[in-house]
Design a protein around this ligand. Structure first.
Ligand SMILES: Cc1cc2nc3c(=O)[nH]c(=O)nc-3n(C[C@H](O)[C@H](O)[C@H](O)COP(=O)(O)O)c2cc1C
Length: 336
């Protein structure tokens, strides 16, 4: 996920929650001119991949490219860097990316899709997969796209059950995943609105997909794969303990990658978007974390939450709650 799944985050997931079978980088946009250094490619993959072959084996490298980009040489370079699993982004809905012919736009231009995937396949000997939506403007090309991708040697397809024009509206349509799975011979990985262990069971049941890719649901519950595999439910108290362990490991890994306190706090906040959803008054609770002025303050809030997870506001300082209720009045809290 762009802006989220950086190397320290992925390393944290791999270390703490080995029940996930795979993680992916966010996309690296292949340049139209010039080239990347090997250092840039290896950094995007993550330093941790060079020190631990098990983690390297679980880390897919995602690229985003229009057909006219420097695909041939960059893909060959990625392979020479020792990366064994490459994923092409065919789902990005960004207007800018699409206007340059990349991401989900390629689902509307089958000849370009064919040329691009053939080029990647020819230059990459490792596992080649794609991550796509059900279409660009609409779903009319879905089966044709799947056919072309499979014919050009794509070995696994992740399908997000929305078209590009649907962005993130409504709920993902899992019928697309069922339809694609019935059509394909390569493994189909279902994606879209899987937030809980019961969503995982339901998606397997309703679509017969080979596996499931979880994005926002994994941000909400980073240990979801373990919960699913062990059939566990968690109380709010257990969740706070899990959150403390998670933030401890994140901090350790961001420090390994030379992040300073301010940088780590920013990452903590970026990763907090869904984490507090299961708690009462989650909106206010999340705001309190997002307003932390330091790592120490962020951790104090976590400790207070652990003391009373079912009524978190009883433990959060009055000054902070006042601030949440009156966002105009910033100064008093900053100095309290
Ligand atoms: C903040 C954010 C960043 C994303 N970045 C990427 C990306 O770099 N590559 C990609 O294939 N999909 C990306 N996605 C899409 C997700 O992989 C996924 O397809 C989508 O969120 C639906 O799945 P979910 O309901 O499990 O979140 C991103 C989604 C979000 C919310």
């Amino acid at each position: 996920m762009e802006g989220i799944t950086d190397a320290p985050y992925r390393r944290t997931i791999l270390e703490l929650y080995p029940e996930w079978d795979a993680v992916s980088t966010d996309f690296l946009r292949i340049p139209s001119q010039g080239s990347f250094s090997d250092k840039k490619i290896l950094q995007h993959w993550g330093q941790y991949c060079q020190s631990n072959s098990d983690w390297a084996a679980k880390t897919t490298f995602q690229i985003l490219a229009p057909v006219h980009a420097q695909v041939e040489q960059t893909v060959a370079q990625i392979q020479n860097c020792g990366i064994h699993s490459l994923d092409l982004n065919l789902g990005c809905p960004s207007r800018k990316v699409n206007s340059h012919g990349g991401g989900a736009f390629l689902l509307s231009t089958i000849p370009e899709l064919k040329v691009l995937t053939a080029l990647i396949r020819k230059n990459f000997k490792g596992t080649f997969s794609v991550k796509m939506r059900a279409g660009f403007r609409d779903d009319k090309n879905l089966l044709e796209c799947l056919k072309v991708l499979q014919e050009e040697g794509v070995e696994a397809i992740t399908l997000h059950g929305r078209t590009r024009d649907q962005l993130y509206k409504g709920v993902a349509n899992w019928d697309y995943i069922k339809q694609a799975g019935d059509f394909l011979t390569v493994p189909l990985i279902g994606n879209g609105d899987v937030w809980s262990t019961s969503d995982i069971s339901n998606m397997y049941h309703q679509t017969d997909c080979h596996s499931i890719m979880i994005a926002r649901g994994a941000l909400k519950t980073p240990w979801l794969a373990g919960q699913y595999r062990r059939g566990l439910k968690e109380s709010l108290f257990e969740r706070t303990i899990n959150l403390i362990k998670y933030f401890d490991k994140l901090e350790e890994n961001y420090r390994i990658d030379d992040f300073d306190e301010v940088g780590i706090l920013k990452r903590f906040k970026a990763l907090s978007r869904y984490l507090f959803d299961p708690f009462p008054n989650s909106h206010h609770l999340k705001s309190a974390f997002l307003r932390s002025r330091s790592l120490v303050q962020f951790r104090q809030l976590l400790d207070q939450l652990a003391k009373n997870p079912t009524n978190p506001h009883s433990e959060i300082p009055f000054s902070l709650l006042q601030k949440i209720q009156n966002p105009q009045n910033n100064t008093e809290y900053c100095h309290s």
